[in-house]
Ligand binder design. Structure first.
Ligand code: GDP
Ligand code: IMO
Ligand code: MG
Length: 431
């Protein structure tokens, strides 16, 4: 059975949750590989809306195994909260969830640093979700992180925590001139959650290896989007993990030869939350229209998402970086009533025409999109399930996107529900 990575090709919120939930039917194991509860993946299942932050979107299917890989930053409170929310709503979260012992923990001091360092940066702030993601990954790379496995050894956990806090409190008190945090309190709060988390702990790289050996189909669920990737995104206005395809390997311990296909989830227009350059952004009533019609409000922080036209070089760049084999194009229905649509085919940068997405942020900041106009279809596509029923202008819009990004659009999403989808080619089908 093929193993598939599903990831975002823009700045997040492309509709990954919906697509993962839809494809979970065909997979056996669903794996998160990076990010943390900064993600907000929305699923509408039988009319009920679920927002998942940390647990893979496959969890609504009780017969599937869900795995949180080592690359994920794990906030113990967020995990227990999400587990409780799901259980209260009748969703099984038990042996069907496995969490890597090598996941780095997000602890209260990471959230404090996230908040204070954003304040300190002023106008150059990233606009983070405030979940402590960046500081937790800083500790990982600085080799002072605390991992889930450490909770199984309370004395070791306490020792590491005290050491880290000695340093962090200095920063909080002396640089950020705020109050430090108490190691004893954090220790007690975290250990009080340990009993509820440790039963999920596992050597997930081994579990995944065995699943692959036994011919199971794996679905890797990306969080954030390629343009938020710490290496390949619009640095420094990015998140602190590799949301691109490489992250699925380092974040799980699965080797590259196990991956068969990479599905890019792409919104039929563009959105971004937080700071950073966004060439096709619409700061006018068209942007307002997309926000209202597309309900573009953050699934994690509730912030209004910035909205703009489809940026073809940006998505073509994401296709290249990830080796994307096929695209799921989402939210096409949001464009239904617009008389004219624009697609950016390149940019003008300091008087020069540029076709490729600029890698450097100061160049991207100077980029003015070059647009081509497309007639709208003034006809509902919402809920359409087969390609032939789409209006001709919608088909043309999709065909033009395929041409510009050089990858086929094999799935088209026309609404929030699982069934509101056109599947031109099943990503899990043998070819
Ligand atoms: P994710 O972070 O990539 O999983 O995306 P989010 O869940 O943050 O944001 C996508 C939003 O669009 C959610 O509210 C989804 O329910 C919604 N959505 C997904 N696909 C479609 C679609 O095809 N049409 C419409 N109208 N909404 C969609
Ligand atoms: P999903 O998985 C959209 C953005 C934040 C901020 C930047 C860094 O739902 O697509 P962080 O808290 O990660 O340090 O913030 O990244 N960001 C997202 N934007 N969707 C997300 O996740 C995001 N996760 C982080 O807004 O600009
Ligand atoms: Mg989201």
């Amino acid at each position: 059975m093929p193993n598939l990575i599903v990831l975002g090709t823009q700045w997040g919120d492309e509709g990954k949750g919906k697509i993962v939930d839809l494809l979970t039917d065909r997979a056996d194991v669903i794996v998160r590989y990076q990010g943390g509860h900064n993600a907000g993946h929305t699923i509408v299942s039988r009319g009920e809306k679920f927002i998942l932050h940390l647990i893979p979107s496959g969890i609504l299917h009780p017969d599937k195994l869900c795995v949180i890989g080592n690359g994920v930053a794990l906030d113990p409170h967020a995990l227990v909260e999400e587990r409780d929310m799901l259980r209260n709503r009748g969703v099984t979260v038990d042996k069907n969830l496995r969490i890597s012992d090598a996941c780095h923990l997000i602890l209260p001091y990471h959230r404090a640093i996230d908040k204070e360092s954003e304040k300190f940066r002023g106008t150059r702030r990233i606009g983070t979700t405030g979940r402590g993601i960046g500081p937790a990954y800083v500790d990982k790379m600085a080799r002072i992180g605390i991992r889930l496995g450490d909770l199984a050894n309370p004395a070791l956990f306490r020792e590491k925590l005290e050491q880290n806090l000695a340093e962090t409190n200095y920063l909080l008190e002396k640089l950020y001139t705020t109050h430090g945090l108490d190691a004893e309190t954090i220790y007690n709060q975290t250990m009080a959650l340990a009993d509820r988390i440790l039963p999920f702990m596992d050597d997930t790289a081994l579990t995944l290896h065995r699943a692959i050996r036994d011919g199971k189909a794996l679905l890797f669920e990306g969080a954030q989007g390629t343009l938020l990737d710490v290496d390949h995104g619009t640095y420094p206005f990015v998140t602190s993990s590799n949301s691109s395809a490489g992250g699925a390997l380092t974040g799980t311990g699965v080797g590259p030869t196990a991956i068969d296909r990479v599905l890019g989830v792409t919104k039929a227009y563009t959105t971004r939350v937080g700071s950073g350059p966004f060439p096709t952004e619409l700061i006018n009533e068209s942007g307002e229209y997309l926000r209202e019609k597309g309900q573009e409000f953050g699934a994690t922080t509730g912030r209004a998402r910035r909205c703009g036209w489809f940026d073809a070089p940006a998505v073509r760049y994401a296709c290249r970086i990830n080796g994307i084999s096929e695209i799921a194009l989402t939210k096409i229905d949001v464009l239904d009533a617009l008389p004219t649509l624009k697609i950016a085919t390149g940019y003008e940068i300091r008087g020069k025409k540029v076709d490729e997405f600029p890698r450097r942020v100061e160049i991207l900041e100077a980029a003015r999109p070059i647009y081509e106009d497309h007639p709208g279809w003034s006809q509902p596509t919402a809920g359409v399930r087969n390609f032939d029923s789409l209006p001709d202008n919608a088909k043309r819009y999709i065909a033009r996107i395929e041409e510009l990004i050089e990858v086929p659009v094999t799935v088209i999403s026309t609404g929030v529900g699982r069934e509101d989808t056109v599947i031109r080619q099943d990503p899990f089908a043998a070819r």
